[in-house]
Design a protein around this ligand. Structure first.
Ligand code: UDP
Length: 564
């Protein structure tokens, strides 16, 4: 069936059910954003005019909210616990529903089983039941539950699963055998899924798909109003839990901040003021989401103390006309050196509290400075108080941007482990490559007509060879492009080295997440033996990597220019 856009969200609110604080929070958010979603839907509908969209049967199983996995979040919703995940799930539900798909939502094992058609008490039997869903959105907890309770069907239908995974899962951690052999084993990884099936909160790992969430968009009148009502000496501190005030060395930078600005906090407390929060701070306690937005509308500065990492609040602050000030991490934080990231299936290096706003937004909205350097810190505060900034929200975080992206994924993303219908197999011959004559580096373009079904379309590809010690993620970025792992299969050929004028004395097929690559000094070339290991992330001192890059839409990095 064709999917028809929906503009009445009341049935969705019914679907979500109730009883848990987390569900109440999500429904409140959906209700509050309803008008934004509806306006966005109209705009996207016009943009996609006439485009056929298939209606999918979708199950959304929110694993971390099930009692069976402990549900540690729901009881903390009103107590300053993390809300980012709930923000994201609320927005995913809204987007899927508005796009017109048929939805089931489950937050308990019992509901999951009944929706999957597993007979009660038969959970562990190796059944192969036909799956009544085209797609299942879940998280790592839900994945575990499905594996336990679907029997053989789980293996068979794995490709229909999408895993909402805040910080991302890199291919080296996802491939069971490789992870085990090379020390990439974690509590989360090795599901052998196509890495694109993992969907992240920010576009930090092109190996995964960027799911995101939304923030409220202001119209011109609201923007002007907010701009003229800013209190230039008002700062709000990022963080709802008292523990963030315990960061070492904060006395120094807080004293500087306090010299210039009135400091506000939204730290949760029961009856008394949390002892960690200094007396000069005006603490409002944990606020409902819309009241928090109101506070941001008045504030000039939103300041991070280094934790929490990569949450929604800085985007909301910038969208409400605040400047976000955060500390640079030098050396960067990662699973190798920081407790919070330890055991997460990624070795991504986090260069500040919020690298997305640092890299994708930057000045004048975002200042990333060294908090240990008092002069640098003080200079930033002074400069921020003097600058006027407009509220800003990247397109990919607007309701329209999120709808557009999810629409494209649902209509185009095929997961490789699934059988590809005959006639859809992708052509990967290399003859249509042409060398771009003005390339200062090795750069190739692909002839468009050869592979019409591929998505993203192959003509958006440009191939660059990385320097040693450079990942493909950075290599593409340096050329204003983004790494696109779906294109690796077009590069994984002996001829490609030849076409790139790379001299190979030998060429081996091996399992290594850095391949295809060349060890230039010894003229050894390597091709990838295991397609699941194609990875944009990763570098070594030995190899120059072949990197498949593609263009992207302004403000929508997940989609290439011709991807809609
Ligand atoms: N938030 C809130 N009340 C507050 C402070 C924040 O409702 O007093 C909301 C905020 O609007 C944001 C959400 O909490 O959408 C999560 O923000 P954060 O960046 O702190 O991420 P988390 O660590 O909670 O995942």
């Amino acid at each position: 069936a064709q999917a028809a856009f929906r503009s009445d969200l009341s049935y969705l609110l019914e679907l979500i059910g109730s009883g848990k604080e987390s569900l109440i929070f999500m429904k409140k958010r959906i209700r509050h954003l309803a008008m934004q979603w509806i306006l966005a839907t109209r705009r996207l509908e016009q943009k996609l005019k006439g485009r056929r969209r298939d209606q999918k049967q979708i199950l959304v199983h929110i694993g971390f909210l099930t009692e069976e996995s402990g549900d540690v979040f729901s009881p903390r919703v009103l107590k300053g616990g993390p809300l980012g995940e709930m923000v994201q799930w609320a927005d995913i539900l809204a987007a899927l529903f508005i796009l017109g798909h048929s939805l089931k939502v489950t937050v308990s094992l019992k509901e999951l089983q009944s929706n999957l058609g597993v007979p009660p008490g038969r959970g562990n039997c190796p059944l192969t039941i036909p799956l009544p869903f085209d797609l299942i959105y879940t998280d790592y907890h839900g994945l575990q539950q499905m594996k336990q309770h679907m029997g053989l069907s789980f293996k068979k239908y794995r490709c229909r699963v999408r895993v909402i995974d805040t910080f991302g899962t890199e291919p080296a951690y996802n491939h069971e055998e490789y992870a085990t052999l090379h020390g990439y084993r974690t509590n989360w990884g090795y599901w052998n899924l196509n890495p694109k099936q993992f969907m992240t909160m920010f576009p930090h790992t092109p190996d995964n798909s960027f799911m995101g969430f939304v923030s409220e968009e202001l119209n011109e009148t609201e923007k002007q109003f907010i701009k003229s009502n800013k209190v230039s000496n008002m700062a709000v501190v990022y963080g709802k839990e008292a523990s963030i005030w315990k960061v070492g060395g904060k006395e120094k930078f807080l004293a500087i901040l306090n010299k210039y600005m009135e400091i506000h906090g939204t730290v949760y407390y029961e009856t008394q003021r949390p002892p960690e929060v200094p007396a000069f701070v005006k603490n409002h306690g944990l606020l409902p989401q819309h009241e928090f937005q109101q506070l941001l509308r008045k504030a000039k500065l939103f300041i991070g103390f280094g934790f929490p990492y990569e949450g929604p609040a800085p985007l909301e602050a910038i969208a409400n006309g605040c400047v976000f000030l955060q500390s640079r991490f030098n050396p960067p934080h990662s699973s190798l050196n920081h407790e919070f990231f330890r055991g997460k299936p990624t070795s991504r290096e986090v260069s500040s509290q919020h690298p997305y706003v640092e890299d994708f937004i930057g000045k004048p909205h975002v200042w990333t400075v060294d908090y240990n350097n008092s002069e640098e810190f003080e200079a930033a505060i002074k400069a921020i108080m003097k600058t006027k900034v407009d509220p800003y929200l990247p397109y990919e975080y607007t309701c329209e941007g999120m709808l557009e992206r999810i629409h494209a994924y649902i209509q185009h993303q095929v997961s490789d482990p699934c059988p590809i219908p005959p006639g859809h197999a992708m052509q990967s011959s290399l003859s249509p490559f042409t060398l771009l004559p003005n390339a200062s580096h090795l750069m190739w373009a692909y002839n468009a007509s050869s592979s019409p079904q591929a998505w993203p379309p192959v003509h958006s590809m440009q191939v660059w060879v990385s320097e040693v010690r450079r990942a493909c993620t950075e290599t593409c970025q340096e050329h204003g492009l983004v790494c696109e792992p779906t294109f690796f299969k077009f590069l994984n050929k002996k001829d490609v080295f030849l076409q790139l004028s790379i001299a190979c004395d030998s060429t081996e097929y091996e399992m290594n997440h850095l391949y295809p690559a060349v060890a230039e000094t010894v003229r050894e070339c390597y091709l990838q033996k295991e397609p699941l290991l194609y990875s944009c992330a990763g570098y070594s001192t030995k190899y120059r990597r072949l990197c498949p890059c593609r263009d992207y839409r302004k403000g929508q990095v997940a989609l290439c220019r011709d991807c809609l």
